[in-house]
Design a protein around this ligand. Structure first.
Ligand code: DX5
Ligand code: ZN
Length: 219
């Protein structure tokens, strides 16, 4: 499967957002990862619909929206209308999982189900035929810049094996603490979409940093 890098703009300079987006475009970054937090599902509050709308106007990049909100079903259509190309929502949220999957699919965009570190891999199995992607959180959702949790690796492997056994080419995205050291661990376990915030934005050469992530080099 092809590997992709999705840049988490939580680590971007918000006062220079347009130039940060240009930098991503020039660095062969595949997707822009947009972390929406509501202060209820997670403690932190980030950005939402009006910012996404502006970002949509500023770029043709694939917008990978990660909803860390209590009631995603209420908002998925709005996020799709405002420019999301793919939406991940959490199985641990209060919305009905199947109904939310259907609502995203009806918008004609890519559909992903996210799980927190404590949620077992098996919980997503029944939904795999209806999903384009599973997002395995490799840190507790809420903040950028945390350390990768190695105990999540086995879940990636289990989900990849299950998808293979069903004949599905489901993308598996990982999010949190992904850098030049941890990329090869998650790629070897079966992940193929790597979210990275602090590592990418702290690098002097983002294009090389993204290539390193995709190839899991230097590890
Ligand atoms: C955490 C977010 C991540 C985060 C990743 O809740 O979902 O997308 O920004 O940042 P790094 O790469 O710094 O761990
Ligand atoms: Zn995220």
């Amino acid at each position: 499967m092809k590997n992709y890098v999705s840049a988490s703009v939580l680590s971007a300079d918000m006062l220079d957002f347009r130039n940060e987006i240009r930098k991503l475009e020039k660095s062969d970054i595949d997707m822009l990862h947009f972390d929406v937090m509501d202060g209820i599902f997670v403690n932190n509050i980030t950005f939402g619909l009006p910012v996404l709308q502006q970002v949509r106007k500023a770029t043709d990049m694939t917008l990978d929206v990660h909803l860390m909100i209590a009631d995603p079903l209420k908002y998925v259509k709005k996020f799709a209308d405002f420019g999301a190309d793919m939406i991940s929502f959490h199985i641990e949220s209060q919305s009905d999982t199947m109904e939310t999957i259907k609502a995203i699919r009806e918008c004609g965009i890519r559909t992903a189900l996210a799980i927190k570190p404590a949620t077992p891999a098996e919980d997503v199995f029944e939904y795999l035929p209806y999903l384009d992607m599973v997002l395995v959180m490799t840190v507790e959702p809420g903040f950028g810049g945390q350390s990768f949790m190695p105990e999540t690796v086995d879940k990636i492997r289990k989900i990849r094996e299950k998808a293979n056994s069903l004949g599905l080419e489901t993308d598996i995205e990982v999010d949190g603490g992904i850098n030049d050291k941890t990329a090869s661990i998650v790629l070897n376990a079966g992940a193929n979409v790597l979210v990275s915030g602090s590592y990418l934005f702290a690098s002097d050469d983002m294009k090389t940093a993204a290539a390193v992530l995709k190839e899991g080099e230097l590890c």
